[in-house]
Write a protein that binds this ligand. Sequence first.
Ligand code: GRF
Length: 205
Amino acid sequence: MIKLNISIFASGTGSNFKAILKARKKGIIKSNIPLLITNNSHCGAVDIARENGIDVIHISRKVYPDLSEEEYANVFLETLKKYKIDLIVLAGYMKLLPDSVVDEYENRIINIHPALLPSFGGKGMYGINVHRAVLEAGAKVTGITIHFVNKEYDRGRIIFQKCVKVNEGDDEYSLQKRVLKYEHKYYPLIIASLEKIISNEKSNN
Ligand code: GRF
């Protein structure tokens, strides 16, 4: 199997990133993970990267206020090229990727969402907001969705979903905690399946 290079993109706590690294240490995920790209240089994911010897590249409009859209997109593309990235894994990344990155990495960018898309997704539906909306709607089940990324928030082709029961007496925090456990279990497994497929494609080319 040809070893791939994965870049994680994250903006927050990084618990999914941590679960992915754990799966890599266990040999479930075989790819190298040489790079974290973040728009938030002070987030937990950055600490996790540093503890694990993973390079951190901070790309945000704060760093590059004067670049055109095209030049800004090229910062991403050149970084990804430099690290020979085959697969982009969004793990709590709060920004839309530039269109040219989505085009360049078609079917090579995945995201995880803490609900059953297409419900409870879209702009503004992130973090605790998602779980609050699920409870406000009175839904009896929620879940996780792992999907390819296209140019709209949370609208790319779905790869995997798993239902999680909403319990009587749940608040958004207890629900978030239960859903996260499923995220940590399944995201690494889906990455492991996908890396096999991409690696096979590469060796057939
Ligand atoms: C997760 O709930 C994930 O589904 C969503 O953002 C959250 C990130 O959490 N996309 P963490 O930073 O991995 O702890």
